[in-house]
Design a protein around this ligand. Sequence first.
Ligand SMILES: Nc1ncnc2c1ncn2[C@@H]1O[C@H](COP(=O)(O)OP(=O)(O)OP(=O)(O)O)[C@@H](O)[C@H]1O
Ligand SMILES: [Mg+2]
Length: 449
Amino acid sequence: MRSVLIIDDDPLIRKTLSGHLAKQGFDVQVAEEGEEGVRKFQECNPDLVILDVRLPDVDGLEVLRRIKDIRQKSYVLMMTAYDDMKTTVEAIKLGAFEYLVKPLNFIDLDLTVNKTFQVRALEEKVSYLVEERQKEYTIDNIIGRSPQMREVFKLIGSVANTRTNVLIQGESGTGKELVAKAIHYNSPYRDEPFIVINCSAISDTLLESELFGHAKGAFTDAVAETKGKFEIAGKGTLFLDEIGDVSPNLQSKLLRVIETRDFMKVGGEKVLKTEARIIAATNHDLKALIETGKFREDLYYRLKVVEIFLPPLRERKEDIPELVAYLLEKINRELRRTVRKVPSEVMGLLKEMPWRGNVRELENALTRAVILAKGDIVLKENLPLDSGERKIYSGELVSLREVERNYIQHVLDAVQGSKTRASQILGISRPTLDKKIREFKLQVNLPSA
Ligand SMILES: Nc1ncnc2c1ncn2[C@@H]1O[C@H](COP(=O)(O)OP(=O)(O)OP(=O)(O)O)[C@@H](O)[C@H]1O
Ligand SMILES: [Mg+2]
């Protein structure tokens, strides 16, 4: 039942108000004086307080202050007189939710009380959601006990409280975004925005206006001024995903913002400042991109103040059983299933598979197995067992293009992602190899350190 505490020295008001609210189903408490009101507030913890500004013992504003000290998130309606605007303003500044002007009428009263409860419900929901979100990105949700992952946790812990730029490197699906979020949500700026921008998904011009915003009329379609991600991120985090794909032109612009913290909107004239922390991620080998002149070395050094390498899953097989258990829980929750049993033969297979797409691929494989499961067991036949075993020549008759694709992948794997070695073996230039990697969407593992 919703509860209200009325604090007023006027017996008539106490009586009419409590009678009216009780009829509407509220549990009503009353107090005649300020001290008594504060005591009852502490004892009953009411959902709403209706408080008179003028009380015989303690000033109403002082009562409001004490109530707010006891519980910051309390909802107080102040009752004031017509000629007392100054006190009203003061009360709102002190955190009163609304004020009611005397003489009271029931229509205003009901409207204000209803509005208060609506806002209260909304605020509770929002803070619940924010908490849930923060829970989602606690370090507990990053699974791994292998030495490589322990190193990652150590780094997350040591950068979370700083504002330094972080560069996260790792193959696709190794958890780069997860780690970026963990850093943000464990930092003192966790209530500020976490803004993601994927630098490879959009064209250069679009990316520039996404990052910096644009002024009205900056280009044909710029009908209104927009805010860029640097501005929207505020004091929070700007996560530049796929940083390796940024064009040279934008690289130099990014370098300037990072160095000076200043930027201008596209077509704008005003210099704006950014306070955001930058976390960049890439699954490319940035050092190799620097060697071939595709990535600015100075930008690389600015971004990698702290560098985090996420190991491929196949290099931390000991983490697989725990990951499987964790992911199964997550999948079961989402799909409302209870597939939890993993026979040891199946676990053995899961540990041996190459997982080129890393944790994401493991998650996808398990999702499929859960969907296909008849009972509560993950079955071998529901796993994509041929995954990763790209046969160069399997006896099957396939197109030349397919053979080319598989062979280039085979060589890239064999040289552990060193594109220089791969292009030498294949007898093609580095740019041609890069083109084919893009065209065939090949997986390039980072050369192990
Ligand atoms: N260590 C981990 N523990 C639990 N879940 C993980 C872990 N690593 C990755 N995941 C999960 O795997 C999926 C892929 O992770 P994420 O998106 O962070 O990868 P990524 O490195 O950003 O990949 P890409 O390069 O393809 O963007 C997500 O669902 C994430 O929650
Ligand atoms: Mg990602």
